[in-house]
Ligand binder design. Structure first.
Ligand SMILES: N[C@@H](CCC(=O)N[C@@H](CS)C(=O)NCC(=O)O)C(=O)O
Length: 201
């Protein structure tokens, strides 16, 4: 399978999940502004929406949306626990977190990377994010990961988007459980390997 990615972007979440699951990916780096790949392909031909992640499956079909791409990859290796079995309450919990990360965190942090975002929008988003971080921090209390002691696709996605807080001047220091979570996930070989492959470590 082929993953279109931008270094450190939300495409890092499926990259981490693939590494955790031991799924080899062909990586294609995308230039976010030019919308071309490092080997000169027009990324818009692959994904007219122009955003990553875009995963090209073995049959040539394309799958997008970070919260779904991570589930697809995790489901290739059910024994890893990256996604619990379909129909189980545990799976709905992971999906609840995936949706929370996508809608409450990812998009609120994304505005900080858009040129021309007004300062009032940034301030409002920081306030929103601090409220949501309080929720995440409370839920991580006494747990290693969002849903317990096993890393899931939702943890990979959460870790990826919270990595952007440093560029958004969102302070994680009041959130001790979140900070511990960030350090725990950062130390995983699958994460170190993904950062290295994206040229970030
Ligand atoms: N709806 C998409 C959004 C993905 C997204 O926001 N990707 C960003 C990087 S984190 C991107 O590629 N932005 C470039 C662009 O939109 O032109 C998803 O949930 O995966």
């Amino acid at each position: 399978m082929k993953l279109y990615y931008m270094p450190g972007a939300c495409s890092l979440a499926p990259h981490i999940v693939a590494n955790e699951a031991g799924i080899p990916l062909e990586l294609r780096k995308v230039d976010g502004k030019a919308k071309t790949t490092e080997d000169g392909e027009n990324f818009l031909d692959a994904n007219p929406n122009g955003y990553v992640p875009a995963l090209i499956l073995e049959d040539g079909d394309m799958l997008t949306e970070a919260s779904v791409v991570v589930q697809y990859l995790a489901d290739r290796k059910p024994d890893t626990g990256l996604m619990p079995p379909a129909g189980s309450m545990a799976r709905y919990r992971v999906q609840q977190w995936l949706s929370f990360v996508a809608t409450e965190l990812h998009k609120s942090l994304g505005v900080f990377f858009k040129p021309g975002t007004p300062e009032e929008t940034k301030a409002a988003n920081r306030e929103h994010l601090e409220r949501r971080l309080k929720h995440v921090d409370a839920n991580l209390d006494g747990k290693t990961f969002l849903t317990g002691d096993t890393l899931t696709a939702a943890d990979a996605y959460l870790w990826t988007v919270l990595g952007w807080t440093k560029f958004a001047a969102v302070d994680l220091s009041p959130f001790a459980n979140v900070q511990r979570f960030m350090a725990t996930v950062a130390a995983r070989p699958a994460v170190v390997q993904a950062l290295k492959a994206e040229g970030l470590a």
